[in-house]
Structure formats: C-alpha cells, structure tokens
Design a protein around this ligand. Structure first.
Ligand code: NAD
Ligand code: ZN
Length: 242
C-alpha cells in the first residue's frame, strides 16, 4: 500500500472543493510526448523558437509542419485511464474543476465537464489575423482564411501571447477557494500557470514522474506515472481503511 496515495484519498474524501491542475505529463501515457522529452516531434529543434507568433509570421512553413505533426499524432491517441478517473471523480463529487495546460482535449473527451483550457485547444482553428474560425481540414490542407486570406493557426496560446481571460480568471477563482489542489504531470516551469498552486489556501499535492524541483511548495509529493498513481488513489477511495 502506498501511504501517500492513501493520504490523497483521505484528502479527497474530506475536501469540499478540489481542483486539478494538469500539464503535458498527464498525456504521455496516451503516447503524446511532453515538451522536455527527446521524442521525435520537435526534430531536435527548440519548440520555443517555433511556438511563437514571430515564428508563425516569419516562417509559416515550419510553424505549420510542427502543428500539423501534433494534430496528426492526436489522431492516433486517446485519453487514458487517468483521464477517465478524473472525469469519474468529478461525476462522483470528489473534484470540482480541472485547469489544464494541455491543448489535446483529452480531459473533455474523457467526459470532464468543468475545465479551463488555459493554453487553448489545438483542434480549434482560427485566423491569426482576423480571428475568424476555420475548419480543421482547411488548416491541414494549408488553406488560408476565407474572410481575409490570413494564415490559419490552432487556437492555442503561443509563447508571448495572453492566456484566455475567462479561463484564467475561473482557474484563479477555483484555486483560491480550493481546500485541495492536485498538480499532475507538469514541470511548473511556464508562467503564469506555475504560480497557480501558490494561490490556494488549501492542501497541495504534486504527482509527477520526475522528482519535483519545487517540492517545498507542496504538502505531499508522489513520484510516478499519473495514470498508475490515479488508479491507486481511486482504488483506495473505494476501499475502507485497513
Ligand atoms: P513539461 O514537459 O515541462 O513537464 C511535464 C512534466 O511531466 C515533467 O516534469 C515530467 O517528468 C512529467 N511527466 C512525464 N510523464 C509523466 C507521467 N506519465 N506521469 C506524471 N508525470 C509525468 O510540460 P508542462 O509543464 O505541461 O509545460 C507547460 C507548458 O509549456 C505547456 O502546456 C505548453 O503550453 C508550454 N510549452 C509549449 C511548447 C510548445 O511546443 N508549444 C513547448 C514547451 C512548453
Ligand atoms: Zn482572417
């Protein structure tokens, strides 16, 4: 029995408002690499030089290929057991909000209702110039905006862009009221989301594969894979204490 997983189950049972904050590590068990991984998608390039408005404007070819590859990777992937467990916890009243940095839509696909997609959604396409919505097919075929001829892009937050205001404010509101915040699969290196855990008056738990660098911020940390640890906590929620 993992004593820390048991402790999280106890926290969940006691908390009247629980918020989940997820990052790229929540999706690696679905086969989507996180950002620090050596794995293929970036072709050895620094995504910080691609995922920016400047890159979109000066080198659309590279920008386009990078996001097309990410969209195509998602065609082959789906939410894993950890996403399903989080959606079930919401349905059962254990959790009340998910704030995610992920743009893959897996929480929604798993049935989660209360979500702030803080970095947008890669499946939503819009014109970079006039914001008009466009279809995924139009983007994939490298089409232009039908209203203004502008360049199409996923409706995600690129480095240097503002976070969607409503989603951001909702997350702050929920985290400020939370009695428990579970931070899952994020290196917490990208501001302003990295500041969110510090806004809660409640207990903070960090579930991450790598040893957390900011361990002192947390009441409890569990090192390991999100899907496996959530499964373990879920089992304890349905078992009486031994
Ligand atoms: P990250 O890659 O910085 O951190 C992911 C963390 O998850 C790592 O600490 C890793 O140890 C952990 N992890 C990996 N697999 C795990 C698993 N199965 N279970 C538990 N933990 C696991 O990702 P991040 O913190 O989400 O990055 C923050 C944001 O930075 C991203 O949401 C993104 O918006 C932005 N970013 C974007 C790009 C881009 O290409 N657009 C590139 C870099 C960062
Ligand atoms: Zn346009």
């Amino acid at each position: 029995m993992n004593a820390n997983a048991r402790q999280v189950a106890t926290y969940l049972q006691k908390s009247k408002c629980t918020v989940i904050l997820t990052g790229a590590g929540m999706s690696t068990e679905s086969g989507i690499p996180d950002f620090r991984s050596e794995n293929g998608l970036w072709h050895g390039r620094d995504p910080m030089t691609i995922a920016t408005p400047e890159a979109l404007e000066t080198d659309y070819e590279t920008f386009f290929n990078f996001y097309l590859a990410r969209l195509e990777a998602l065609d082959e992937a789906s939410p894993h057991k950890g996403h399903q467990i989080l959606a079930k916890w919401e349905e059962n009243g254990f959790t009340h909000h998910v704030a995610t940095q992920n743009v893959d839509g897996f929480h929604r696909q798993a049935g989660q209702q209360h979500i702030s997609e803080l970095h947008g959604s890669i499946q939503a396409i819009r014109c970079h110039d006039c914001n008009m919505k466009a279809s995924d097919e139009k983007f994939r075929s490298k089409g232009a905006c039908s209203a203004c001829g502008g360049r199409l892009r996923p409706d995600i937050v690129l480095f240097g862009e503002m976070l969607p205001q409503q989603e951001w404010e909702r997350s702050i509101e929920m985290i400020s009221e939370a009695e428990l915040v579970l931070v899952i699969g994020t290196s917490l290196q990208v501001a302003p989301v990295s500041q969110l855990p510090n806004l809660t008056p409640g207990q903070k738990v960090w579930i991450n594969q790598e040893a957390p660098e900011r361990e002192e911020w947390f009441d409890l940390t569990i090192q390991g894979k999100a899907g496996e640890i959530l499964t373990e906590i879920d089992q304890m929620l349905s078992q009486p204490e031994s």
